[in-house]
Each structure stands twice: as C-alpha cells, then as structure tokens.
Design a protein around this ligand. Structure first.
Ligand code: MN
Ligand code: MN
Length: 302
C-alpha cells in the first residue's frame, strides 16, 4: 500500500467504531430533549451520565451501536458480504428485546421474519436515519471501492428503509468515512459533503437550522455542522449531543466520522472507560476484521 499503511487504516477504523459507541452512549441520555432542556439540566453535557427516557446506565449504548454490531458480525462471520446473514442478525437482535428499536427498523425486520422480505418497497415515510446509523461496517469493508460501497449501502439500507434521501445519506457518509480512514484532509471531506448538497440541496447546512431530529436530512445537517465547525473529537461530540433531538444517533454518526478523522489517541479516555470492556474489545476486533476485507487493504501484510 502506497499512500497509507494498513495499520494506520486499521487504527482509524477502530477509532471510528469506538467513536460511534461513545457518541451513542453520550447522546442517549438526552435523546428527545431540546437544547434548552439539556442546558437547564446539565449546563453543557460533557460526561456519560446515563438515565434519560431509556433509563440507561452511564456508558450504555443503544440500537445505533447494536445494529452496527449486527451488520459487522454478519459480514465477519460470513467471511464476506451476505445480506441474508445481516437480516438474520437483525432478527436475532429484535428477538433479544433490545433497549430501543426504531419503528421503521422494526417494520422492516418483521417483514423479513414473517415473509422473508429483504427489500422494503420505496416509501416516502422511510426518510429516517435508521439506515445511516448502521452504515459504518459497510464503509469499513469497502475502503478503496466506491461502487462496492454504493451497492452494499443500498442493499443494507433497503432491509428497512427505502428512500432516495436515506440512500444518498448512506452513500455520502460511507464516502466520507473512506476518505477519513485513509487520512484525507478536512477540505477533501468537505468536497464530498458539497457533492451531496449539489445533488440534493436539501442537505445544505449553512446556516444551521438547529434541527437534530430523526429525519435523515436533519441528522446529516447536524453532523456536517458539528464536524466541520469544530477542531477536535471532543468538541465535535459535545456540540452534537447538546443539540438534543435524536442525540444518540447524531452522536453515533458524528463519532464515527470524527473518530476516523482524528484517530484513536484523540478520543477522551474518560469516555472510553465508561463503555463495557467486552464491547470495546469486540468493536476493536470487528473494525480490524472488516477493514482487512476491504479492497484497499486485503492482502496487505503489515
Ligand atoms: Mn439509539
Ligand atoms: Mn436515536
């Protein structure tokens, strides 16, 4: 590998996955709160406090991390892409009575369980962020191949969400991750975001409207606003979750981008310490296995 060593990409992949879990756990206690409610209760939320509408333990993750794990395990255990294995893992997860499940995700998974459906029909109400929040493993196992990313992104998304703006967000997030994983500049990542906005102007985020809802457009605007408007992993995540709304999901997506971009050393240890140790070990393991399957890294010896 010329430009970046495999070990650097693997390290950034681990940072992305830990970053996703950190953002999920940090934001989940303030999910569905407004900015005003958060500042009244916490000032600025900067710690893993637990609680919230799901009554979480400090550091506990939710569906964003769970579904990313389900996709990751399916790919790694199958030794390659298997939509059926992903659908099976979603079904397994739903049966495990998870702490939370989005309505659109539940509907898609139930359609698989009851009728074997692996492609939801196009639906104008499917513009939620549930497909993007579990895109990280798809980005990791396709580094170096944009066409493969687009194919897998649509397949996994359509298990539950079939909407052009969800698809566009999934692919754009994946492309940003590819760039961050190989150590590209903020300016280069911004070009990717600008390309999305050129194709779908609704994603325009300047000036920021301050909406951080579960609608995929609001979610991505929030992530773009906080990632491009801050200069550290910590600031990016703190700004993101303090917007409230779908704070665990915006936190998870921003955490993945910022994790890959800033790298493992920049993720505050006090946050990582709060996560379950077994979870951290599995995220690190899966991140490496996924990236080693990617076209850019496969066969590399370092
Ligand atoms: Mn969640
Ligand atoms: Mn959420």
């Amino acid at each position: 590998m010329a430009e970046r060593t495999a070990s650097d990409i693997i390290s950034r992949a681990r940072a992305a996955f830990i970053g996703l879990a950190v953002g999920d756990a940090l934001g989940a206690p303030v999910e569905f709160m407004t900015r005003g409610e958060i500042s009244e209760k916490y000032g600025v939320l900067e710690e893993m406090v637990g609680g919230g509408w799901l009554r979480l333990k400090p550091g506990q993750v939710t569906d964003d991390t769970d579904m990313s794990l389900a996709v990751s395990r399916a790919i790694v255990e199958s030794g390659g892409w298997s939509l059926k294995a992903i659908a099976e893992n979603f079904a397994l997860w739903l049966r495990s009575k998870p702490v939370d499940v989005g309505d659109t995700c539940r509907r898609g998974i139930r359609n698989y369980m009851l009728k074997g459906v692996m492609e939801s029909p196009p639906n104008e109400w499917d513009g939620g962020n549930g497909a993007v929040m579990r895109m990280l493993p798809v980005a990791l196992c396709t580094v170096g191949d944009r066409a493969l990313l687009e194919d897998y992104a649509r397949q996994q998304a359509h298990l539950t969400h079939n909407h052009p703006l969800s698809d566009a967000a999934c692919i754009s997030f994946g492309a940003m991750m590819h760039l961050a994983l190989i150590g590209r500049s903020r300016t280069r990542l911004r070009e990717e975001t600008d390309a999305l906005i050129a194709a779908y102007p609704t994603f325009h985020f300047e000036p920021y409207k301050g909406l951080a809802t579960g609608y995929v457009v609001d979610t991505m605007q929030t992530v773009f606003h906080t990632f491009f408007g801050t200069r550290s992993f910590e600031d990016c995540l703190v700004q993101t979750v303090n917007q409230g709304g779908d704070a665990d999901t915006t936190g998870a997506i921003a955490g993945a981008v910022a994790g890959a971009y800033y790298g493992e050393a920049e993720i505050p240890a006090r946050w990582v310490k709060r996560l379950d140790k077994k979870l951290v070990a599995e995220l690190n393991y899966l991140a490496e296995r996924l990236v080693r399957m990617a076209p850019l890294v496969k066969g590399s010896l370092d």
